[in-house]
Write a protein that binds this ligand. Structure first.
Ligand code: GGG
Length: 351
């Protein structure tokens, strides 16, 4: 029987609550088995030590099969500090360049979009995860004066752009749904980086004549995610545009609490990381109101990436059945049950 060593970074806010339910779902499987090692890296750890990740911490995590991540963000610490010192260094160090964010409307969930029912929305956004607008390049001059200058540079390399676009085409073939890839840019306004992205997309698409292609500007894509989400299959976008679009895809499938995310290193030379799309939601801490299903679905993505497709399917089925039955669900999707009660129901169904 396979056994996996999982590095767990619960992080901030509701992270520990949802990670707890994700671990429960994984432990309910008869196979594979897991050893979870908790790494207490978080904003609290930063308050105590001045660091989010201890010296040598990433070297230690490099030895694990995967990373199971909760959330980052704290009421007292600016978001750019938490992000740039915890989650972004992990994504970059382990070259987790493919951020995979599925948006699926489950049978039994009310989409805010009129007339959409189960399965009508079934798309996946491939977000470039290591460079683009999130490249840590820039600076500030003459701070706190009238002459203040702030520069933030986006970085698009051929290597980084081509590999995420290629991954998107491969994903469209793997999914066997609409065999379509939509590329998102803003090349009407950003004549260097985004025109470059369009050119790379046009080069790569030649290698995939079986896949239909479409190119949209980010503003049109945001509108079309609301107006015609059923037309999308695989969507590939830069780091920032992918981040924004996946908040839209989460809300149109009924809740941020239903949106999982995988940060993949497809070469498998370093561990990949799995997390809910949602952040720390610190206003919900300790209330038992947070929906654990995004994290449980991220757990399913994790074991599928590790090669355990049958076990992943079991978890997915448990989630789909829980939602369809519409008895035990958290308030974000119209229920009155707690985080733990939903997690317990998933465990019962898996068991
Ligand atoms: N579980 C994901 C999480 O905590 N996200 C917080 C966040 O703000 N992330 C920004 C990003 O992924 O770009």
């Amino acid at each position: 029987m396979s056994h996996y060593n999982i590095a767990v970074i619960s992080g901030d806010g509701v992270g520990p609550e949802v990670i707890n339910e994700g671990k429960k779902a994984l432990q309910a499987l008869s196979a594979p088995t897991f050893t979870f090692t908790d790494f207490g890296w978080s904003s609290d750890y930063y308050r105590q030590t001045g660091r989010f990740i201890p010296e040598g911490g990433l070297d230690e995590v490099a030895n694990y099969d995967a990373i199971f991540f909760g959330a980052v963000g704290d009421a007292e610490i600016q978001d750019h500090i938490t992000l740039n010192n915890l989650i972004l260094p992990i994504r970059r160090r382990f070259d987790q360049y493919a951020c995979v964010r599925p948006g699926y409307l489950y049978d039994g969930v009310q989409s805010p979009l009129v007339g959409k029912s189960g399965g009508d929305i079934d798309l996946v956004v491939l977000r470039e995860n290591t460079e683009g607008e999130y490249a840590d390049v820039g600076g500030r001059l003459y701070q706190h004066t009238n002459q203040e200058v702030a520069v933030q540079t986006a970085v698009f390399t051929r290597h980084g752009t081509e590999r995420i676009i290629r991954y998107a085409f491969e994903e469209a073939r793997r999914r066997q749904k609409k065999n379509k890839v939509t590329s998102i840019t803003k090349s009407n306004a950003q004549g260097y980086s985004m025109v470059f992205w369009d050119e790379v997309f046009q080069e790569v698409e030649k290698d995939y004549p079986d896949i239909e292609t479409e190119s949209l500007l980010i503003d049109a894509a945001a509108m079309d995610f609301v107006r015609r989400p059923e037309d999308f299959d695989v969507v590939v976008a830069s780091n920032l545009f992918g981040d924004i679009l996946t908040d839209i895809s989460a809300v149109i499938i009924g809740s941020m609490g239903l949106a999982p995310s995988a940060n993949l290193n497809p070469s498998r030379q370093s561990p990949s990381m799995f997390e809910p799309v949602h952040g720390s939601a610190f206003e919900l801490i300790g209330k038992g109101l947070v929906n654990p299903l995004a994290t449980i679905l991220a757990a399913a993505m994790m074991i599928e990436f590790l090669g355990e497709s049958d076990a992943g399917a079991l978890i997915r089925q448990a989630v789909a059945d829980n939602i369809r039955e519409n008895k035990i669900r958290t308030p974000d999707i119209g229920g009155a049950s707690s985080t733990t009660e939903v997690g317990d129901d998933i465990v019962r169904r898996i068991g």
